[in-house]
Design a protein around this ligand. Sequence first.
Ligand code: UDP
Length: 342
Amino acid sequence: MSKVIVTGGCGYIGSHTCIALLSQGYEVVVFDDLSNASKESIDRIEKITEKRPELYRVDLKDKNAAIAAFETHKDAMAVIHFAAYKAVKESVEQPLQYYENNLFSLINTLIALQKFGINNFIFSSSATVYGIPKTCPVTEKSPVSTAFSPYGNTKKIAEEILEDCTHSNAEFSIISLRYFNPIGAHKSGKIGELPNGIPNNLMPYITQTAAGIREQLMVFGNDYPTKDGTAIRDYIHVMDLAEAHVVAVDRLIHQKQENNFEIYNLGTGIGYSVLEVIKAFETQNNLALNYKITDRRKGDVPVVFASTELASQTLGWSAKRDLNSMVKSAWNWEKNYRNENS
Ligand code: UDP
């Protein structure tokens, strides 16, 4: 059985990826410092897959601890690196924490991988590296632009570090996956997104408003040059995203890659406005959401959606689940979680 190390495997995308890996027969080891996620994720993964990934609690910012952790699992075939802070606004307020956490963790991980000859690496990148795209759909050849936030900059710098590493070490194979907007939850309703505190992202804000935890959803701006004036994003079901990681692992392990540094967009290729997402949520879940239009949020991009051609043609992966499935699964999880904890 091929072993895969998933850093940040207790988090939202990481935990769904563990499920996808386990259901494809991979052995999974989770490295997590539990700073922004709970070890309960491991129980949830086990409930769904009937397999329990080993959890190794480690702060990858600490170089010696990182090396010790990877040494224990140096027989791993690949590493998927999710471990990072991800709140855009917080990164503007605390840039050094973001650079320290996201970049030191990455560098220490890479040092450990080189030391133990683990040569297959998958990185969690983001569509944020494109900034405000001049045209949509955004292809992987679209220019990477100046980051809007320290968070976005850590993704941009990380990709540069990774590319440099593949130049210096021909054995090293890296796939960087640029996520558009992951939402939704596993169909079991036993795991999903669980942000700390007040959510920054649209979908958890919607589900928490529907659950009565937040009073009202603010729609940030209705004066964008779009069909209904609200901003457009490419929302992708988190399980589609998770499955793309399994395809990427498979590509690296079986040495199918054409270059030792490959980049893929992960989106559906379809853009939905904020109001369309709200409407789908209301219709699919048969409820009315309390929302109000307010001013634009600083730094928001008006329209962004992915070109999915490269992922579909080269990786052989494309998203299967639609917006209805995303909004239904997101609500199913939120309801179950609140019931469990009431
Ligand atoms: N959004 C909103 N209200 C919220 C959160 C988000 O109207 O409470 C909008 C936001 O302006 C953007 C879209 O929803 O147009 C997606 O925002 P999110 O923060 O989820 O992702 P990102 O901005 O990173 O694409």
